[in-house]
Design a protein around this ligand. Sequence first.
Ligand code: UDP
Length: 402
Amino acid sequence: MKRLEDYQEIVGDEVIFRIHNKMTKLYGKHVVHVNSTYQGGGVAEMLSSLVPLMNDIGLDAGWRILHGNPDFFGITKKFHNALQGDPLHFTHIKRDLYVNNNEDFSQFTHLDHDACIIHDPQPLPLVRFYKKRQPWIWRCHIDLTDPNQRLWNFLKSFILKYDLVIVSNEKYLRKDLPVKQIIIPPAIDPLSPKNKPLTEYTIQKTMKKFRVPLNKPIITQISRFDKWKDPEGVIDIYREVRKAIDCRLVLCGSMASDDPEGYKIYSKIMKKHDALIKKRELILLTTENSILVNALQRQANVVIQKSTREGFGLTVTEALWKGKPVIASNIGGIPLQIQDGESGFLIDPQDKKGTVEKVISLLKNPEMGIEMGEKGKEHVRKNFLIVRLLENYLDLLAEVIK
Ligand code: UDP
């Protein structure tokens, strides 16, 4: 069970008091979140903490998962890629399958709550299939700076039915959208299995269970096997770094049910880097396991996030919370989290040489990493913990629920 009071020591009395106070207006209101996967990826991660906390403080909050077949998720993944700038062959078949899947879901899912919060593009069209008696909020977790225009115009026809749009970053606000837009950055749960403190014994036992030897420094990137996370780029960096310092790279990426590309990318890497993998210099992990992620982030000497697009990058937040030095791309939501040279390093994802140098310098100067990690952790404590996200939702629900 999640209890707000358990966070008191981390966030302070005042925050907890404010939240209870804000609830007096909302007590007993009924809200629902809809997204498209219960595990894998940042949205599921946040909802699994946010929804129980909402219920704990007296808001009746539900969480529904959009059903879909592999064709549907194949299409929505293509849409996701196109919203982040990829070309898209936009056909009637794709459009119809996307919309019809949402209509089918609406036939067996009652959404008669005081507010409906719809996450990301997969369930976006649902709004068309209900008698809209309450505020509908579209919570977009994606980088919207350069969407495929044709797709965006099509999606807009649904977005215009919403009362409010939430984006993660000021950069994603859309001038071409008359709907009210607000910015709410994502957050992590410091008490979830993924982020809670672990004993040294648990960390070592977990590393042993997943056959990660501890005889060399570890570099890690924890991310779905997704081209925007650039796992191949991380391996390139690693190949250069190991010429200077003997170390190991662990890529940990579980498979999300709404991301059909993961296995393809994973298999390609397996084939291409067979020799390194056989020697267990490069370790690929695909198990969905929060303690594994937690232990790996704590064990790592350097955490990398070499994404080329990143709505926010919860993996960066998680690593900073563990006081780790993080080297991450200066894109999307990442610069909100890292002050370059202070609480980590921001890199240009195309700058291989510069990134290699930063990894080597952190491996050579662990005390620099410790100092950066402390600053990073404090920044997360102040800005990116789940209690702050909960408060943001209370503020906006109080505003939209009549
Ligand atoms: N994640 C995980 N296991 C993995 C890889 C990732 O649990 O093997 C989690 C990760 O810890 C984070 C989320 O998935 O909580 C990824 O969120 P992020 O915002 O970084 O990226 P997204 O996948 O949403 O694009």
